[in-house]
Design a protein around this ligand. Structure first.
Ligand code: PEP
Ligand code: CO
Length: 460
């Protein structure tokens, strides 16, 4: 991959305006943390990032679908084998529903093993009547509602690195060691899900998959020997917001000589830091990983073209995923001019939809939530815009958890307004629970089937 200007280095972003970075109170401690990160082993290998880019090239060409999903903000407290396993189960279940429904491969990409830093629209927030610095993620400070906890502490970057390493280790063990084996398709249905209508619908698909496997075995196909039935790739991603951390984990690949950000397979630039001449675009332009960039309602076609020129100058399929988050009522109208401009400029991007971040509402008591129906409406608008412009609606970007939380309203077994306070555990934005995620997967699979039958996405 050709990198950008000869002036690029892992530190060249420091010459540009870097938004949403913590102002570390102790510069010597920040330098020490950066040095420790730079001395640690990489979390991912450049060759893996290239393989993901190849899979995303298949998505860009309309031959696969991207499921990117996970926590809004991972937590240093809620860190256990169980929470990782429950998230993985939902990803595997959703992927099974989508693959079965659309008959297309699904690229599975977690918002996991590094999703610890948040941009915030306001520098302060009111917690129990006290004004505190807004919570910006466990990799920069604590979430406890007192001023001492909210002091920025760069040593937390090193703790975040270690938690990411353990999380990734368990993910690799689960996905390569038998848990993700297609013959275990029933085991991914959690108890509180299995008893719900969508859980039963999932059981029916799981049975069909089992029957298909038995049919293949009866035909003499050696299922044991088929690696793809027993192992899956679940890749990692997070918002590459905290540039001290990303720089600390950037390494030169010994095979190609190119730079890779080895904190995750894929990194994305958030809506608030996507200026084409800003520090984030500068940093990510120089690394070979597949990249995402959020595109919100204020983005103009020319903003997006500038970003494409900066992040995908060579027009490499799979290099850039544009994650659109316009809002339920805007997606269908706001997207076509942007999609046409990017298509005309010849960038083979993945078009993905984040139906979460522009659909946050506040209840009268200040609690943030999202309505399931708004989420589905934005997905519908995104599919309509892609169809109008003749591009493949390639992916979805979601915030969910494997737990039975009550943070988003609605779904087949509706969470009602009165329920919101019952199990609201998110550190930041409201997440879909496992049942709502499955419900969404079924509805999405139907949309995809419609697209494959009628759309111009190139699916045959
Ligand atoms: C996020 O993905 O958690 C996020 C903050 O999104 P956005 O940059 O789209 O607001
Ligand atoms: Co979020």
């Amino acid at each position: 991959m050709a990198t950008t200007q000869p002036t690029w280095s892992p530190a060249s972003w420091r010459e540009r305006p870097a938004l949403h970075q913590p102002d570390w109170p102790d510069p010597a401690a920040a330098e020490a943390a950066r040095e420790r990160l730079a001395a640690m082993p990489p979390l991912v290998f450049a060759g893996e990032a290239r393989r993901l880019r190849e899979s995303l090239a298949q998505v860009a060409a309309g031959r696969a679908f991207l499921l990117q999903a996970g926590d809004c903000a991972e937590s240093f407290h809620d860190f256990s084998a169980v929470s990782i396993r429950e998230k993985l189960k939902v990803i595997l279940q959703m992927a099974a529903v989508l693959t079965y429904g659309s008959m297309l491969p699904v690229v599975k990409l977690g918002r996991i093993a590094g999703q610890f830093v948040k941009p915030r629209s306001s520098p302060t927030e009111l917690v129990d009547g006290i004004e505190l610095p807004s919570f910006r993620g466990h990799m920069v400070h604590g979430d406890e509602p007192n001023a001492a906890a909210r002091v920025f502490d760069p040593a937390r970057m090193v703790q975040g690195y270690h938690q990411s390493a353990s999380t990734l280790n368990l993910l690799r063990a689960f996905t390569k060691g038998g848990f993700a084996d297609l013959t275990k398709v029933h085991l991914w249905n959690q108890e509180f899900v299995a008893s719900s209508p969508e859980g039963r619908r999932y059981e029916a698909i799981a049975l069909e998959i089992e029957r298909a496997l038995r049919f293949m075995a009866a035909c003499g196909i050696d299922l044991e020997a088929e690696r793809n039935l027993h192992e899956v790739d679940v890749w990692t991603s997070h918002e590459g917001l905290l540039l001290d951390y990303e720089q600390g984990l950037t390494r030169r690949d010994s095979l190609t000589g190119d730079w890779y950000d080895c904190s995750a397979h894929m990194l994305w630039i958030g809506e608030r830091t996507r200026a084409a001449d800003g520090a984030h675009a500068e940093f990510f332009a120089g690394v070979g990983n597949p990249l995402g960039c959020k595109i919100g309602p204020t983005a103009t076609p020319s903003d997006v073209l500038d970003l494409c020129a900066r992040l995908d100058p060579d027009r490499t399929p799979g290099r850039l995923t544009l994650i659109c988050r316009m809002g339920a009522d805007r997606a269908a109208d706001a997207l076509p001019p942007i999609i046409r401009a990017v298509t005309d400029a010849g960038h083979p991007v993945v078009w993905a939809c984040d139906p979460m971040h522009a659909n946050v509402i506040r209840m009268p008591d200040g609690v943030k939530t999202r309505r399931f129906e708004d989420i589905m409406a934005e997905i519908g608008g995104f599919f309509a815009a892609c169809r109008e412009c003749g591009v493949w609606p390639g992916g979805i970007h979601l915030e969910f958890t494997g737990e039975d939380v009550t943070e988003c309203l609605g779904g087949a077994e509706a969470v009602l307004e009165d329920h919101l306070s019952v199990r609201y555990h998110s550190l930041c934005d409201p997440r879909l629970n496992a049942r709502q995620s499955l419900d969404l997967a079924f509805r999405l699979a139907e949309l995809m089937r419609g697209e494959a039958a009628t759309g111009p996405g190139g699916v045959t």
